[in-house]
Each structure stands twice: as structure tokens, then as C-alpha cells.
Design a protein around this ligand. Structure first.
Ligand code: UT7
Length: 347
């Protein structure tokens, strides 16, 4: 492993060289949800922009999607070995151990460093920063980084406020050591958190806190809970602030951004953030309509979707921004590289 960049004293930058996404084959439409919940297609579309989502079948787990997305990303980068595998997820296969080592082993990458990143829906931006840090520190020359979530495994299927929002999926990127001025270099991060608001998005049981209480946790405490209205408000404010902080760090103006690729929480949130930033809505990448909110997978799935439909052109300047439980938020900038056209993320 020799992660220094020839002819440069600067630490190596992480350069995007592979991209892929995968969602499960099973589709759940708004109409299907309306048959078992007190809701309807018009409400869901108007409040969230979502038309359908994809969910895993019983017996499938997060790592199954992560492996499929990872395999495709490695093929897209034309590499068969990496020094580290990082998985951002809120829905690991098990509480212990992390999901990344199993994903690495199933991809024939056993022996590589492997660990999970937990930053809920901001997981992709936090994980990208972690992977870029491994490269900058000389720990790894190549990293496979996967955002994968199966919220269908933690959301109460009878909770109409949350069951309509989330979908399952995985998106993966391969990063290699390179120069900060070459296309594909990720940089200028902004990351933040506010743990004082952790109860806004939470699975109460299953961790060490809940186990310290007597008795078995109730059914509700095992499920994902979110105070949607408050989260909505924080999401718009924090995403806009984080986007501005990152642009200012890089010396970019809002007009320099060709594509805003936000975490796909809810179409209204994405449009509100774009409006707040003074960014035309047509520059905002959205695919929440067909896959819902896929947590840590949503930004790489949106990238794969936009790359597959050739919306992203080499040299385009991208602003990635996310918000999620924790609370956490983050942004980063990226100039689009030349990549092979990704396979369709939909089966
Ligand atoms: O990814 C991590 C971050 N997560 C997010 O960013 C999600 C943020 N929050 C949201 O996306 C939205 O708050 C929701 C989509 C969750 C909810 O939309 P809302 O416009 O904030 O609705 P609301 O919670 O204010 O509810 C309005 C009404 C309520 O009825 P009442 O009290 O006015 O009679 C709800 O009970 O809509 C009701 N409602 C529903 N009605 C039909 C809530 N869920 C549904 C539903 N179908 N599925």
C-alpha cells in the first residue's frame, strides 16, 4: 500500500472512481399502503412527493443489499481489491458485530479493514468524510464505501406517519487516493450534530440504555419513532446552513452548483432547502418519488440514478447535503468525474 501521491507533498485526496446502487425488487405503492393504513395516495404524494418504495423480503437483510451495491461499484471502478470497507447504516444485520466485515468477506475482500458508521440519514456524508480521512491519513489507498439501510425492518408497519416515508436500498462508491484538483475529488466537508435533540428520531429499545430498565421493552419501544413536524423544521434549517458553510469554505457561490444532491427525506424539504439557498429547483436531484427515504443509501442512490440517466456530466459541480437522527447534518462538494454509466438501480 503506498497512498502518497507522486510529486505532491499534500495528503492524498479521496477521488470517486466507482458508483452503483441497488434497491430490492419488491415495490410497495401508496395504494397498497392505503389498503392497510388510514391514508391515501393523494395525502402521501402531497406531503412527501413519494409514489412508491422498495422493500426487502422476509429473510433478506441490509448486508444483502450492501453486497449487491458493493459488487456493482467494484465492477464500475474495475477493481477487485480495496484496503477498507466502510458501511453507513442504521439497520445493521446485528447489534454486534458491525455489518461491514461480513460485507467485505462476501465480496471476497476479507482481510481489509472494515467498520460501520452510524449517523442515521447523514450516514453517507459522515462515511464519505471517514473514508476520505483513511485515504488522507495514508491508512488506505482504496476504500469501498456503502450506504445501506432497510428501514422496513424497524418501522412499525401500522405507523402511518413513518411507514409511508421509508424504503430500503443501498448505494456504493469506490474511492482512490488522488489529487484534490482532479475530477472526482471529494472535499470541503461540513459536519455537525445536536445530541440535545436525540429524542426527535429514535429507536428506544435494543441499546444499552433501554436494557438498564427493568422488564422487557414494549413493542412501540422497539420501533423507529420520529417527531416528524419538528424534524421537518430542523431539516430545512440545518441543511441550508450546512450547505452555505461548505460553499463558503470552498469559495463557491450558489450559481457555481450545477447539481444539489440532498438526502432524499421528503420532496417538500428538498424544495424548501433549494428555495432557501436561492437554487433553481431543477438543479435539485430527486428520486424520492420512486424509492422513498432510503436513509444512508439515499444520496448514492440519487447519484447513481442521475448518472444512469446521464444528468451528471464530467466536470459538473455537485453539492451533497444530508440531515438525520442524532441530530446530525453534513455537506460536501464534489466535481463529477468520468465514470462508466451505472447499471440501473431498479431490478
Ligand atoms: O430522514 C431523516 C429526516 N426525516 C425527515 O426529514 C422527515 C421529516 N418530516 C416529514 O417529512 C413530515 O413531517 C411528515 C411526512 C412525516 C408528515 O407531514 P406533515 O405535513 O408534517 O404532517 P403532520 O405530521 O403535521 O400531520 C398532519 C395531519 C395529522 O392529522 P391532524 O392532527 O391534523 O388531524 C396527522 O395525524 O396528517 C395526519 N397524518 C396522516 N394522514 C394521512 C399523518 N400521517 C398521515 C398519513 N396519511 N400517512
Amino acid at each position: 500500500m503506498s497512498p502518497t501521491v507522486a510529486g505532491s507533498c499534500a495528503p492524498p485526496a479521496a477521488v470517486l472512481c466507482g458508483l452503483a446502487g441497488r434497491v430490492p425488487s419488491r415495490v410497495v405503492t401508496n395504494e397498497q399502503l392505503a389498503r392497510r393504513l388510514d391514508t391515501d395516495d393523494a395525502w402521501i404524494r402531497t406531503r412527501t412527493g413519494i409514489r412508491q418504495r422498495h422493500v426487502i423480503d422476509p429473510g433478506q437483510a441490509t448486508s444483502d443489499l450492501a453486497v449487491e451495491a458493493g459488487r456493482r461499484a467494484l465492477a464500475s471502478a474495475a477493481v477487485d481489491s480495496v484496503d477498507a470497507v466502510v458501511v453507513a447504516t442504521t439497520t445493521p444485520d446485528h447489534t454486534c458485530p458491525a455489518t461491514a466485515p461480513a460485507v467485505a468477506a462476501r465480496l471476497g475482500l476479507a482481510g481489509a479493514a472494515a467498520f460501520d458508521v452510524g449517523a442515521v440519514c447523514t450516514g453517507f456524508v459522515y462515511g464519505l468524510a471517514s473514508a476520505a480521512g483513511l485515504i488522507a491519513a495514508g491508512v488506505a489507498e482504496r476504500v469501498l464505501f456503502i450506504g445501506a439501510d432497510t428501514y422496513s425492518t424497524i418501522v412499525d408497519p401500522l405507523d402511518r406517519a413513518n411507514a409511508i416515508i421509508f424504503g430500503d436500498g443501498a448505494g456504493a462508491v469506490v474511492l482512490r487516493a488522488g489529487h484534490s484538483d482532479e475530477p472526482g475529488a471529494v472535499g470541503y466537508f461540513d459536519l455537525g450534530s445536536d445530541g440535545g435533540q436525540e429524542d426527535l428520531i429514535m429507536v428506544a429499545a435494543g441499546g444499552s440504555r433501554q436494557r438498564s430498565r427493568p422488564g422487557e421493552p414494549g413493542r412501540a419501544e422497539r420501533h423507529f419513532a420520529m417527531r416528524g413536524k419538528e424534524v421537518y423544521r430542523h431539516a430545512v434549517t440545518r441543511m441550508a446552513e450546512s450547505a452555505r458553510a461548505t460553499l463558503s469554505r470552498a469559495g463557491w457561490k450558489i450559481d457555481d452548483v450545477d447539481h444539489f444532491v440532498p438526502h432524499q427525506a421528503n420532496l417538500r424539504i428538498l424544495h424548501s432547502v433549494a428555495d432557501d439557498l436561492g437554487l433553481p429547483r431543477e438543479r435539485c436531484a430527486t428520486h424520492v418519488e420512486s424509492v422513498g427515504n432510503t436513509g444512508a443509501a439515499s444520496i448514492p442512490l440519487a447519484l447513481a440514478d442521475a448518472a444512469e440517466s446521464q444528468v451528471l456530466k464530467p466536470g459538473d459541480r455537485l453539492l451533497l447535503t444530508a440531515f438525520g437522527g442524532g441530530l446530525t447534518w453534513g455537506s460536501c462538494l464534489l466535481t463529477w468525474p468520468t465514470l462508466p454509466r451505472p447499471e440501473r438501480t431498479m431490478p
